[in-house]
Each structure stands twice: as structure tokens, then as C-alpha cells.
Design a protein around this ligand. Sequence first.
Ligand code: ADP
Ligand code: MG
Length: 239
Amino acid sequence: MIRMRGVGRRFGTFEALRNVDLDVAAGEVVVLLGPSGSGKSTLIRCINHLEEYDSGDVFVGGVRVERGPNLLKVRQQTGMVFQSFNLFPNHTVLDNVALGPVRVKGLTWEAARTKARALLDRVGIGSQAEKYPGQLSGGQQQRVGIARALAMEPRILLFDEPTSALDPEMVGEVLQVIRSLAHSGVTMVLVTHEMGFARQVADRIVFMEAGEIREVSTPAAFFSGTANERARAFLDAVL
Ligand code: ADP
Ligand code: MG
């Protein structure tokens, strides 16, 4: 579903990503771990072209990720959930979810809102549909963010630290929603600092450092300390 080959990204002379190779199979859940600044966000953003890469190749569902006609095909297959929710404050919760299908998929508002209601129910906030994002808790807002991503019926869901901006008591409700999506057939790439969750939900752990993938392993291997020394040092620091 996702194929990255020799992917590099520079900012000036600084290499944020270096020679990244990664394959993600359909339905697989890959968790990216690594210290701050290691390139996790840059990698995930290269998958849907929110960030440009300047060497190598990225393919999503066989389509090369690049400017031009391919971009819409890539964006139609991917949904992204951001740390900071990025909801539209002047639209209701319902319309935040309905807007994408209206604009990108050409649904009528009526059809899009019907679908949006079902998705809000699915993430447990159906009763909040007529409110505005600012009236919701952080955990509820992020669940709207997830419903919004799902509304596009993506084959790939990208999550960049979806719980990092939440108060601790709201982390669980969002992780529960993500957990329910994992292994539902959708392909997921997820950056998180929630190690227990990573261990539960990942099919594979990808460990990054200094712009490079340093280790790819099963959660069991990664968390049992058979991981390489750098990964162990990272775990010692965060656990
Ligand atoms: P992570 O998500 O693992 O914390 P990032 O992918 O955000 O890391 O960033 C990797 C490195 O690239 C960091 O050192 C960051 O400062 C740098 N970087 C990211 N985006 C930009 C940018 N737009 N301009 C300059 N440097 C950037
Ligand atoms: Mg980041």
C-alpha cells in the first residue's frame, strides 16, 4: 500500500530524512517511534505530500506521490489526523466531517451529513454534532478529527501524535477509537509516544533516529530489549 525507496528530505544542508526505505502492506499497522527531531513527522507527511521529498520515490497504492494529477489520487486514498486537531472553528462538528466529502467527492450536503452522523456515532460523539469545535473537550475534538479523516473512506490513515496535545484524562478515549480502527482493514501509520498503546496496536515498530530508520521489528522484540542499543536507550528514556 505504501512503498518508500531511498527517500531523502533536506532543509538547507540539514538532512531531515536520509535514504528511507519502508513498505507497508494493506491492512498493516506500523508505529513510528524515535526521539524528537528524528524525522517521524517528515516521513509521515511525505506519504500524502504535505511535505515534499527531494530524493527517492514514494508510492501510495501504486501511485507515485508527486505534484500534478497524481496528487488528488493520493489524497483520496489517505486520511490524516493531526496533533493539533486542525478543525474548522467556524463550522459545526457535523459539517467539519461532511465538508471533505462535499468538496472532494462531490456528495450533496444531505448525503454527506447523513454519513457524518454515522461516523460521529462510531467515534462516540453523535450527541455533539451541532456544536462548534471550541465547545468540545480536546478528546472530543480529536475524535471529530478521526471521523473527518474516515469520512473520505481512505485506504490509509496517518496519525501524527494524535494524543500529544490532550490532557492525560482524555488520552484513553482517543486511543480506544484508534484501537477500534486498527486491524479493521485500513492501513495505518502512526507516530505516538504512548508506548503501551504502540505495543498493543502495532504489527511492526519502525524506530527512527537522525532522519534514518534504524530498526524495524515486531513490538514483542522491540519492547523486550532485543532491539539495538539506540532503541534501548530511547526506551529507557521514555518508559
Ligand atoms: P519528529 O517528528 O521526529 O520530531 P520532524 O520530522 O518534525 O521530527 O523533524 C525532523 C528534523 O527536521 C528536525 O530537526 C526539524 O527541526 C527539521 N525540520 C522539519 N521541518 C522543517 C522545516 N520546514 N524547516 C527546517 N527544518 C525542519
Ligand atoms: Mg513530529
